[in-house]
Structures are given as C-alpha cells and as structure tokens.
Design a protein around this ligand. Structure first.
Ligand SMILES: *[C@@H]1O[C@H](CO)[C@@H](O)[C@H](O)[C@H]1NC(C)=O
Ligand SMILES: *[C@@H]1O[C@H](CO)[C@@H](O)[C@H](O)[C@H]1NC(C)=O
Ligand SMILES: *[C@@H]1O[C@H](CO)[C@@H](O)[C@H](O)[C@H]1NC(C)=O
Length: 338
C-alpha cells in the first residue's frame, strides 16, 4: 500500500475512504489567477492541472463546469484547478533545466501533473461540507525560506524516493524521514512534494485577502476527528496534493554543487523548499463532490463519473505566456533568483 500508516494509526478504519486520483498536466504557464489575477506573465512559473477553463483571470462567479470542455482529472465532474510552482535543476555552470513531473504510484499512465486527495474523517461517519462555486485557497508561502514550525509548515513536506516508490513506506506524507526542506541527498526514485490544505472553513467567505484566513486547521488533527476552531466551524474535506518530480535525469554528482548542497530550485527562486505552496480553485459539477464525501466511497468511487487516464492526458491548453521554459536557461522564468 502506498499509505500504510493509515491502517496502523486508524486500526479498524479502512484507508479506502479517501478519494485519490490523478490529474494529468494541463499546462505549464506563468499565470496565477488566485494570487495575481489578470497578470500574464505573473511573477513565477506554475504547473497546472484540472479543467481547461483555466485562465489568467478567474472571477469567483465563473462557472467552471459549464465553461470547461475537458478535464485532466480521472473524475470527469471535476473541473477544479490545482497548481503548484515548478522545480528546476541548477547545474554547476549556473544554467537551469526544468524538472518534469511523473505519474504517481498506481496512477502510472498519467502524463505527470498532480495526485489529488479529498479525505473525509477516518471514522467514515463525520460529515464534511464540500466547497461551493467560487471557493479558493492557498497553502504555503512563496517567501518562506526557513522552518517556522507552525501548523501550516507541518503540512508541507518532501519525500526522497528510492527506486519504484520505495522509501518511507510506513509514513503518511510528512511522517518518517520526510523533510520540510528539499532533500539534501540524491533521490533515485524522484522527489514527492506533499501539501495538505486546511480542513475548517468560516462558512461564509469563498476567499480572503491572503487566500488563507477564511480557512483554518483543525485542533489536534483532522483525520482523527479533531475539532474545528469556533472561528472556522465548518468541516471541509482535507485536500492533499502530491507532486512527483522526476529528478532521475539530474543524479550525476559531478553536476551537483561542490559545497555539498542540493541543486534543485523552485521557480520562485527558492532552493530551500520551505517556500513550497499550492493553490486550489474549486470547480466540481453540481453536488458531485458532496455525494462522494457523503458516501465515503474511496478510490473506486462509483458515485462519480470517470474517464481513462489516457483520455485525461489529451486535455491540454496552450500557455498564455510565450517564453522558453525548457532549454538550459541562464535565468529562471521571470528572472527569479535563489
Ligand atoms: C480567457 O480569458 C480571455 C481574456 O479575458 C478570454 O478572451 C477567453 O475567452 C478566456 N478563456 C476561457 C477558456 O475562458
Ligand atoms: C551547462 O551544463 C549543462 C549540464 O551539464 C549542459 O547540458 C549545458 O550545455 C551547459 N551549458 C553551458 C552554457 O555550458
Ligand atoms: C516544533 O513544534 C512542536 C510543537 O510545538 C514541538 O514539539 C517541536 O519540538 C518543534 N520542533 C522544532 C524543530 O522546533
């Protein structure tokens, strides 16, 4: 199993009640409709998955399911958009090369992208309230460069994989030997980035100026039934993004920094990893997500319509910003610097 600790921690509770599905790569582009709506280019490069209504501006009134014509997610009623920054490798000669994403375990036909989870409480009883049209949020901060050791920082981590997804197979994301910084050793099977979003909502605001204040983390941990704070009383599904970075083309020690540091840099100029962040824009059709959550239906969710991953791979859009992101670059897109 990819997530043995769930069975260990929760004993009798089957791990299958979480939705886990792949959303293949939609586009890699320098736009950010959440933090910098309208800007094309935005400050730094992102990799985006989900519905093809993705755009530089996405008004909260935009009805994604009726605007999009396809989605890169396996569940075809999901036209949400999910995105993160992009990872680059910095060679000894100072040039940068974009690191591709690859398909996560058991989702192998996917053309990279993001593995998305919607997790209900493990008791398989406590209801959660699905998001509504216009809802959006952000986890992490692109300016963070050190461990704040706060609740949010503990939700962001990296796993250094050995070959074939081996590594810390007994740990949920963030546990075991996962680090809050980019691994400082060669990871033969790639690097997985993990981002857990908050699980409590104020019940009123679809967004907030920092894209965070309308949500909060549960007290004492969501999965085990931790309570929501009074300020944010509504339990929402726990969203997790896993991004599998295919670093296998960059494992030549001769190309790593001579000072022993690691060579990967995020597109916003972060070589530590503490600044990793993830953006979410809800766009499920009708009550599909609520039905799935109410059913605690798990990976093979019969309540939802699906498509093959090969079909999902065919949904792509052209970047709005026309720039070279894939050669050996003398600087990161937008001139971001580590
Ligand atoms: C994206 O935004 C542009 C400019 O506002 C608009 O012309 C275009 O129709 C939008 N595309 C989609 C798919 O909504
Ligand atoms: C820099 O190093 C990379 C990796 O070895 C190489 O592919 C690239 O051609 C080099 N670029 C220059 C300008 O030397
Ligand atoms: C982080 O915070 C937790 C909880 O407050 C504490 O137990 C732990 O020792 C801290 N870790 C570090 C590295 O400061």
């Amino acid at each position: 199993m990819y997530w043995k600790s769930f069975a260990v921690l929760a004993l009798a509770v089957p791990a299958q009640s979480m939705l886990r599905f792949s959303c293949s790569q939609l586009v890699v582009d320098r736009i950010d409709p959440l933090v910098e709506p309208g800007n094309a280019p935005s400050a730094h490069l992102h990799q985006i998955v989900g519905g093809n209504a993705f755009n530089a501006s996405m008004d909260p009134g935009l009805d994604l399911p009726s605007t999009a014509t396809c989605t890169t997610c396996q569940y075809t009623e999901d036209f949400s958009n999910y995105w993160t920054a992009v990872l680059y490798f910095k060679a000894r000669n100072g040039t940068y090369k974009r690191v591709p994403t690859f398909a996560n375990q058991f989702l192998e036909p996917a053309n990279g992208g993001i593995t998305v989870y919607y997790i209900p409480p493990y008791d398989n009883k406590t209801p959660v309230t699905a998001f509504r049209q216009g809802f959006r949020m952000l986890v992490g901060s692109s300016t963070r460069r050190a461990d704040a050791n706060d609740t949010e920082a503990r939700q962001l981590s990296f796993r250094c994989w050995d070959k074939d997804f081996a590594g810390d197979s007994f740990g949920a994301p963030g546990m075991g030997t996962d680090t809050k910084y980019l691994p400082n050793r060669i990871c033969p099977g790639g690097i997985r980035a993990n981002h857990f979003f908050p699980t409590c909502w104020d019940g009123k605001n679809l967004d907030s100026p920092d894209h965070k204040s309308h949500v909060a983390y549960a007290i004492g941990g969501f999965e085990n039934g931790g309570a929501c704070p009074e300020s944010h009383p509504v339990k929402i599904p726990q969203i997790l993004y896993e991004v599998a970075w295919d670093t296998s083309g960059f494992n030549n020690r001769e190309e790593w920094p001579e000072d022993g540091s690691q060579p990967f840099v995020f597109s916003f100029g972060d070589a530590t990893g503490f600044g990793t962040h993830a953006d979410y824009l809800f766009g499920w059709k009708g009550d599909a997500l609520q039905r799935a959550m109410d059913a605690f239906c798990g990976v093979n969710c019969v309540q939802l319509k699906t498509q093959t991953t090969q079909n999902a791979n065919r949904c792509t859009i052209k970047p709005k910003v026309n720039e070279d992101i894939d050669s050996w670059l003398t600087e990161l897109p937008g001139g971001m610097r580590p």
